[in-house]
Unconditional design. Structure first.
Length: 130
């Protein structure tokens, strides 16, 4: 087994079976009032590590077992996708929406900001308590 695959297996085993979020937060941050936020952040990073380890392991296995298949996947993914028409539609002015938002930019910006923060916090909190 190569070093990269061994590393991916080790990371996955550690993150799935040995990783203690509460212990890590208590060691680094103690009993802070932002303990929940730190747990959310560390759990999110652990989830990203799990996904990266699984993808790395899968790609490593495909490269070893079926390199021709991996080349087919790479060729299929190497395509040009033009985004200019999409951006041109977004750059056009829509007077009914623009005048309302331009009259009160702070209110609309604050509503968007607080909505995104709330939804992000709820989604990550939901991931922690699965």
């Amino acid at each position: 087994m190569s070093r990269k695959r061994f590393g991916a297996v080790f990371v996955l085993l550690f993150l799935f079976f040995r990783f203690d979020v509460e212990g890590l937060v208590s060691v680094f941050f103690g009993n802070d009032k932002f303990k929940v936020a730190y747990e959310i952040l560390i759990t999110t990073m652990a989830l990203l590590g799990k996904v990266a380890g699984a993808v790395g392991l899968l790609i490593g296995v495909i490269l070893v077992c079926r390199p021709a298949r991996m080349q087919q996947i790479e060729r299929r993914m190497d395509t040009w996708f033009a985004t200019q028409p999409m951006w041109e539609k977004l750059d056009r002015s829509h007077s009914s929406v623009d005048t309302l938002a331009n009259r009160r930019p702070i209110i609309f910006g604050a509503i968007g900001f607080f909505t995104s923060v709330l939804l992000t916090f709820l989604a990550v909190n939901n991931l922690i308590h699965l």
